[in-house]
Design a protein around this ligand. Structure first.
Ligand SMILES: Cc1ncc(COP(=O)(O)O)c(C=O)c1O
Length: 361
């Protein structure tokens, strides 16, 4: 049996995307400057967790923040709390929202909330989609950038319009900022400025930032104090969360300032891929460090071609390929530190080789 594609990717010296292997060395690196006698946190208390929560509250411009082991837990809780406060069990979001497609319906099964899907799967929703709901909702969730459609972003003006509309209608606005830091260069605004449009915000530390895991939920003092109770109820109050927190802080400090560089890499590579036969990126011009590439060929053909490029140049251009149907497939490309490690000339040659192989199909 031939080697699985993922193993071939792992054997490549260079990868175009990501921040490197997610191995245990990542955790060890983030502990390098840490004094071993530092006290651990205990059930949500202690300097290691509380100082980081204060730092994030300040960064996001909110009164308080609480560290969670996962965004899944944090956001279901946020939706639950806004619904309770409004006495209404309906929340609205994009049809490809993480809560809708990746959480085994946790929000519905555990919290008995109902989702209202806005717009259609292949585009961002608009204020018109929101206005067209003819039933009251407790909260609206906006994901910036919208991962499942290649990391697209609404304009800042569109966000402001939605935010004002929600305030006017008493709808609580929540930000799924799993990749918020990745989106900031496009807006040319600080995290604080973007978050000021939202009532509550979640950010992640392991996407573009490259940490181990973990999330922060930020908002007003009362909201966050109540979120801590829910975190406890959900078993999210681990006796110690410091491995995640130390990794989160280390990687936030390391990569927050590099998001523009990652975005520029995404733009350059998308432009190059769009010149190749049978390849199209979504969006056409990336607005953050990620995009999706669509290929007019089977998954097997794309993997074989990518494998031949890896064998010749030791560079994995695409690390994941999923079939859409028998004749088309797609890949998600998210840029981080790995891209700039590749010698420029080798990358150019590898991309030329990819183009040549595609042109022969
Ligand atoms: C947009 C978005 N929201 C929420 C989450 C959930 O994060 P976690 O894996 O920390 O539960 C993810 C994870 O991939 C995500 O991509």
């Amino acid at each position: 049996m031939s080697k699985p594609y993922i193993e071939i990717v792992k054997s490549a010296k260079y990868r175009l995307t990501g921040n490197g292997s997610r191995n245990i060395g990542m955790l060890m690196e983030s502990f390098e400057g840490i004094d071993p006698s530092t006290d651990s946190d205990a059930y949500g208390n202690g300097a290691v967790i509380n100082d980081f929560e204060s730092e994030l509250a300040e960064l996001l411009g909110k009164e308080k923040a609480v560290f969670f082991p996962s965004g899944t837990m944090a956001q279901q809780i946020a939706m639950r709390m806004w619904s309770d406060k409004k006495g209404l069990r309906k929340v609205a979001y994009h049809p490809l929202c993480h809560l809708e497609i990746h959480e085994q319906d946790g929000m519905k099964v555990l919290h008995h909330l109902e989702s209202i899907l806005l717009g259609s799967k292949d585009r961002l929703f608009t204020i018109e989609d929101l206005k067209s709901i003819n039933e009251p909702i407790a909260a609206l969730l906006i994901e910036l950038p919208q991962r499942e459609i290649g990391g697209q972003l609404p304009s800042y003006d569109a966000l402001v319009e939605i935010s004002y509309y929600c305030r006017d209608k008493g709808i609580k606005l929540h930000l799924d900022g799993a990749r918020l830091f990745e989106a900031l260069p496009y807006y040319g605004k600080s995290a604080k400025e973007i978050c000021s449009l939202f009532d509550s915000v979640y950010v992640s530390f392991y996407k573009g930032l490259g940490g181990i895991a973990g999330a922060v939920l930020a908002g007003g003092t009362d909201f966050i104090e109540e979120a801590k109770l829910w975190k406890r109820r959900h078993g999210g109050d681990l006796i110690s969360l410091y491995p995640y927190i130390i990794s989160a802080k280390y990687n936030l400090d390391k990569r927050m300032g590099k998001m523009k560089q990652y975005w520029m890499h995404a733009k350059t590579i998308a432009e190059r891929l769009n010149k190749m036969k049978g390849v199209k990126t979504v969006p056409d011009v990336p607005v953050c460090n990620m995009f999706h590439a669509y290929f007019d060929m089977s998954k097997e053909t794309a993997e074989n071609i990518s494998t031949s490029v890896i064998e010749k140049y030791n560079i994995a251009i695409v690390t994941n390929i999923s079939a859409i149907d028998a004749d088309t497939c797609k890949s998600e490309l998210s840029f981080g530190d790995s891209c700039s490690l590749i010698p420029e000339e080798s990358l150019k040659e590898a991309l030329d080789q990819l183009e040549l192989e595609f042109s022969r199909l």
